[in-house]
Design a protein around this ligand. Structure first.
Ligand SMILES: Nc1ncnc2c1ncn2[C@@H]1O[C@H](COP(=O)(O)OP(=O)(O)O)[C@@H](O)[C@H]1O
Ligand SMILES: [Mg+2]
Length: 239
């Protein structure tokens, strides 16, 4: 079975008395180990699709099986539990808590996952070191550059050992050189076995994914496999 199985997903929002249909019978399967980019113009429904995949929002209709879990039958607390265990989120604006240090931010999802204090600290430090942020573990987000903040956010996403890394415009708030570094990091993480679903409107980034799904007006209009770039060397990041 696929890691992600979306079938005929419809998402509607109410605006006044009107029903707006944002996702129109979207079906998508993603296998373990894929690096999938979802591209499309602004307003096409990318974030709505990401929120569905990430169990942040429930579809109006359709079925979604995540890593064998039939999600439409779950109650809110069960959804939160599945989300906390299986999904590592990476956002455009990093979404780090400003009052917490880098290591405390990385530890946060592990608290929800019920991991002991000692193990949280050990695992968190290992993640930060893997991402080249070991020396910044006690800095607060405001003391870090954008690229460094995104590395902390990626460490946070990885710390629970998620089934999927889900990234919505992860380079959107970074300059192009830093964005390129974060992209290369994502490629390495995929080569190390992580399944990545990345949402972007940047076609350069999409070129580096193994598979590109294009969404327009809430519908998948193409689904293509890229040639895997052969010049990439074996992974340096292993988590
Ligand atoms: N909570 C909401 N209520 C009403 N409309 C929404 C809501 N969320 C998104 N939309 C609308 O859905 C459409 C797609 O939004 P979104 O998924 O954010 O697109 P994208 O990420 O591709 O830019 C937009 O027209 C947006 O205004
Ligand atoms: Mg969006």
């Amino acid at each position: 079975m696929s890691l992600i199985e979306l079938k005929d997903i419809v998402k509607q929002f109410k605006r006044g008395t009107e029903d707006l249909t944002i996702l129109r019978r979207v079906s998508l399967s993603v296998e373990k180990g894929e690096f999938l980019a979802i591209v499309g113009p602004s307003g096409s429904g990318k974030s709505t699709l990401m929120n569905t995949i990430g169990l942040l929002d429930m579809p109006t209709s359709g079925s979604y099986i995540l890593d064998g879990v039939v999600t439409e039958k779950l109650k809110d607390d069960q959804l939160a539990e599945v989300r906390n265990k299986k999904i590592g989120f990476i956002f455009q604006q990093f979404n780090l808590l400003p009052r917490l240090t880098a290591i405390e931010n990385v530890e946060l999802p592990m608290i929800y996952a019920g991991i002991s204090k000692k193990e949280r600290r050990e695992r968190g430090m290992r993640m930060l070191e893997t991402l080249g942020m070991g020396g910044r573990s006690h800095h607060r987000p405001s003391e870090l550059s954008g690229g460094q903040q995104q590395r902390v956010a990626i460490a946070r996403a990885l710390a629970i050992g998620p089934a999927i890394l889900l990234a919505d415009e992860p380079t959107g708030a970074l300059d192009s050189a830093t964005g390129q570094e974060v992209l290369e990091l994502m490629i390495e993480l995929n080569q190390a076995g992580n399944t990545i679903v990345l949402i972007t409107h940047d076609l350069h980034i999409a070129e580096h994914a193994k598979r590109v799904v294009t969404i327009r007006d809430g519908e998948i209009v193409s689904d293509k496999h890229n040639k895997v770039p052969t010049e990439r060397q074996a992974t340096e990041v292993s988590v």
